[in-house]
Design a protein around this ligand. Structure first.
Ligand code: GRF
Length: 201
């Protein structure tokens, strides 16, 4: 059984896609050991509670220094002992120790076809604003492993989404979520869970 921890900062629709995927069998051999948010107001925490998944808020604002936040965050992760950490809209710089400990076992969902519209400053609506202002006809989403860089790790899955006449950043964001993010993130988790079940990782 693959034990995962999902890190969130916002609405949690990708978390919900994971929870739904476990419920409907799209994701097999997987359990969510916990959800951690840096944002006490994140609706993602309510989604976790509704699914009776342990939910925690650990915010940098609650600590005297970034080092103390990093230590507390890593301690919480260690206590949950995940096989895989899923970043689902998590807008916090990861503690270096976290990347060291779980190297090769952290994945992230990004709302573009990396290497387009990614890296520092590209998150949330900004990604879709950039895609529209560049005039691309196709965008999409990417699931990738996380390393020390920003959106630089090995790509696992990508899914393309058409940009349509009249798209606003909000309309495009929603389409990318519905047609790509909520499909490839559960698929990536399921692939990793099956590989773990077969002893291939
Ligand atoms: C998604 O667009 C995801 O691609 C990006 O942050 C957003 C998170 O949305 N990383 P949600 O919290 O999963 O609804």
């Amino acid at each position: 059984m693959l034990s995962i921890v999902v890190c969130v900062s916002g609405g949690g629709t990708n978390l919900q896609a994971i929870l739904d995927g476990i419920g409907n069998g799209t994701i097999q051999n997987t359990r969510v050991a916990g959800v951690i948010s840096n944002n006490a107001g994140a609706y993602a925490l309510k989604r976790a509670e509704a699914a009776q998944v342990p939910a925690f808020c650990i915010s940098p604002r609650s600590f005297e220094s970034r080092q103390e936040f990093n230590r507390a965050f890593v301690e919480k992760l260690k206590s949950l002992d995940p096989d895989l950490i899923v970043l689902a809209g998590f807008l916090v710089i990861l503690p270096p120790e976290m990347i060291e400990i779980w190297r090769g076992r952290i994945i992230n969902i990004h709302p573009s076809l990396i290497p387009s519209f990614c890296g520092t400053g590209y998150y949330g609506l900004k990604v879709h604003e950039a895609a529209l202002s560049r005039g691309v006809k196709v965008t999409g989403a990417t699931v990738h492993y996380v390393d020390e860089g920003t959106d630089t790790g090995e790509i696992i899955f990508q899914k393309a989404v058409a940009v349509l006449e009249g798209d606003t950043p909000e309309i495009l964001q929603r389409r990318v979520m519905e047609e790509a993010e909520w499909v490839i993130l559960p698929a990536a988790i399921n692939r990793i869970a099956q590989a773990a079940a077969q002893g291939r990782i």
